[in-house]
Design a protein around this ligand. Sequence first.
Ligand SMILES: *Cc1c(COP(=O)(O)O)cnc(C)c1O
Length: 411
Amino acid sequence: MTQVNENFLKLKAGYLFPEIARRVSAFSEANPAAKVIKLGIGDVTEPLPAACRKAMHDAIDEMGDRATFKGYGPEQGYAFLREAIAAHDYAARGCDIAADEVFISDGSKCDTGNILDIFGPDNTIAVTDPVYPVYVDTNVMAGHTGAANDAGEFAGLVYLPVTADNDFVAPLPEQKVDLIYLCYPNNPTGAVATAEYLAQWVAYAKQHDSIILYDAAYEAFITDPDIPHSIYEVDGARDCAIEFRSFSKNAGFTGTRCALTVVPRSLSRKAANGTGVSLHGLWNRRQSTKFNGVSYIIQRGAAAVYTDEGRQQTGELVAFYLENARLIREALTEAGYAVYGGVNSPYVWIKTPDGLSSWDFFDKLLGEAHVVGTPGSGFGAAGEGYFRISAFNSRANVEEAMQRITTGVGV
Ligand SMILES: *Cc1c(COP(=O)(O)O)cnc(C)c1O
């Protein structure tokens, strides 16, 4: 008899976004005249920068000419893009990352899940709570956890709660963990990590021989010059960290798909027989076996992000969302909410008023202001009592949503 992967059955059935969609459509059916504004799912709304579109048009024309047509590209990505990333994202910030340590992919969501292929089954894994659900669910699918309890916590994972009590900065674990997922600026809390804090993690990882999986998908939203954009800005991180970045949020590539993962050549760990194994080598092997590269057209579009025009246009895009975040922060603060994040980040994280549960507040906000956000409990047990508002929307929608919340929903 064929066996299925039973690990999938451990995943929580009522997943966050389908449940949100169910409640919104039930509300809209009962209230057909209500204009619902969605500040929930973390997807971008503004169109692709002109520089990226132009580069993609030109690449399409190259594909239409026998002399410049391209078939399969390198699985690791084209040199022109890897070099631009090494120069602009890393060398320019003083990070010692070479182009051949950058692997181009079709998304950080995929990479943060796929990276588990190169690690053994018995690592102790730490995540913050609340957390981007992909880190947890991919470990569940890979059989790295036991079952979930009623709060949604999976046996075998180490959860590091982040709440207002610790300023949304996870304390380092007391015990030894082997793999640590960190995401800064954080989805969902909007918190950022200082260089001192990341240095503590690097010291921890070196002491325990652990690996940090650093998700920097929102680094472009950092405006504070003292906040690091990359884990490699910390000395020693080359020996204990893998970094994930994406063009999804800085350049609006959520539907276009392009991202990158950095695996330094100096990153190695011992196999059971004691020999040193290069993680760069393993990831290279994994990608060249299971992946056939990102479309040339898309990689040309991504490379245009690093041109003068592209930097100007993506800068404007990010500034637009940050201004939305500022408007949300200010309106909600004025309305009396306890507000976190939303600076150096497109996410505003609020404490639900009157001790309401995250889902009760969701229903209240939808019912009274016709505004959709994301219940904090959907990101983990410690997110209960919190709520995420996303700045990814048009200015008009953000302004109207804030107007409705500040006048329509009692605090
Ligand atoms: C949006 C997001 C990403 C980017 O994922 P892609 O697959 O590259 O679109 C990565 N990590 C987090 C935490 C995100 O919110």
